[in-house]
Design a protein around this ligand. Structure first.
Ligand code: HEM
Ligand SMILES: [Ca+2]
Ligand SMILES: [Mn+2]
Length: 343
């Protein structure tokens, strides 16, 4: 099979002429949103936005087509940014919205494209799929569809099951928290990461979430969405109750552990789950595959390890059928994780 190719007026070659609109958008995003190709704050927030838009879909609440990954979080931002679970997403919505005036794409396409481009800046990430063609949203998402960090695993799995995601796919999607930080869980310490390497798409989240929690970063629990915050193993790192429980619940612990040292599985599972999430509620038959516009990410930096000062005794074994993979610790004093700088 010969894949047809077109050359855009801007010089790049792609699968379909409809994708040409994305090259100037790619350059604009890299220069003016992602600080020249960084895997920093705006990439993290853009990835979070892909989820908070897409998960707003509920067959039981009357969606048949439309909803989901439709850009409603931008089109109806005054409604959806007021949902408690969307705390903080107004920031990245304000930063992405001006790109709509400069490029001929819909809000739903912008959100998923920015997420895929942003993730490509993170060493170790898979090259995500991108399909073009989400119509402008006709309605806001109903409230209550975005999971909260204090939700039970039963509730989280039920919410994802409603949009046809298995427990294993939920765990794969949580790889997103390897390139993530919290601004609002404890608002006194914004930019506090979920793993020690928030600029790298590696397996450290799946190792570090399994370490025994011993401390509260910053100066104690400071409101925000806590009760969704639980003890962290490392100074400067924050742990969500849902991440902690997904790593320990019998329905998800073995899947969680399976990612601890398997970068290739992490990449392929996250890629597949993101491809599915990015089109929730959309009709893929009318969409165009523009995945070849997404840059190829750099390889992962570093190897799976315990943070300095930890031993295997600090791992809380949760999977009943296989031992946690043996790891050695980085040398040096107890790891303290620096915050992700705001930019
Ligand atoms: C059980 C499901 C989930 C829960 C309860 C959850 C909860 C949270 C919370 C509370 C934050 C911190 C927000 C802040 O304080 O700034 C956060 C950040 C984040 N989440 Fe999730 N999340 C879930 C699933 C996902 C999924 C599926 C994705 C994407 C595929 C995602 C991507 C992110 C990213 C990238 C950040 C970091 C944002 C930043 O650094 O500014 N999350 N999540
Ligand atoms: Ca990481
Ligand atoms: Mn942030």
């Amino acid at each position: 099979v010969v894949t047809p190719r077109v050359t855009c007026s801007t010089g790049q070659v792609t699968a379909n002429a409809a994708c040409c609109v994305l090259f100037p958008l790619l350059d604009d995003l890299q220069s003016n949103l992602f600080d020249d190709g960084e895997c920093g704050e705006e990439v993290h927030e853009s990835l979070r936005l892909t989820f908070h838009d897409a998960i707003g879909f509920s067959p039981s609440k009357g969606f048949v087509c439309g909803g989901g990954a439709d850009g409603s979080v931008i089109t109806f931002d005054s409604i959806e940014t007021a949902f408690p679970a969307n705390n903080g997403i107004d920031d990245i919505i304000d930063q992405q919205t001006p790109f709509l005036a400069r490029h001929n794409v819909t809000p739903g396409d912008l959100i998923q494209f920015a997420g895929a481009v942003g993730v490509s800046n993170c060493p170790g990430a898979p090259r995500l799929q991108f399909l073009l063609g989400r119509p402008v949203a006709k309605a806001a998402s109903p409230i209550g569809l975005v999971p909260e960090p204090f939700d039970s695993i039963t509730d989280v799995l039920a919410r994802f099951a409603e949009v046809n995601f298995s427990p294993a796919e939920v765990v794969a999607l949580l790889a997103s928290h390897t390139i993530a930080a919290a601004d609002h869980v404890d608002p006194t310490i914004p930019g506090t990461p979920f793993d020690s390497t928030p600029g790298i798409f590696d397996t450290q989240l799946f190792i570090e979430a399994q370490l025994r929690g011993i401390l509260v970063p910053g100066n104690g629990f400071n409101g925000g969405t806590a009760p969704g915050q639980v003890l962290s193993p490392l100074e400067g790192m924050i742990r969500l109750e849902t991440d902690s429980n997904l790593a320990r619940d019998s329905r998800t612990a073995c899947e969680w552990q399976s990612f601890a040292t398997n970068q290739a599985k992490l990449q392929s599972s996250f890629r597949a789950a993101m491809a599915k999430m990015a089109v929730i509620g959309q009709n893929t038959k009318t969409m165009i595959d523009c995945s070849d516009v997404i840059p190829v990410p750099k390889p992962v930096v570093g190897k799976p390890h315990l943070p300095a000062g930890k031993t295997m005794k600090d791992i809380e074994q949760a999977c009943a059928s296989a031992p946690f993979p043996a790891l050695t610790a980085d040398p040096g004093p107890q790891t303290s994780v620096p915050a992700v700088p705001p930019s």
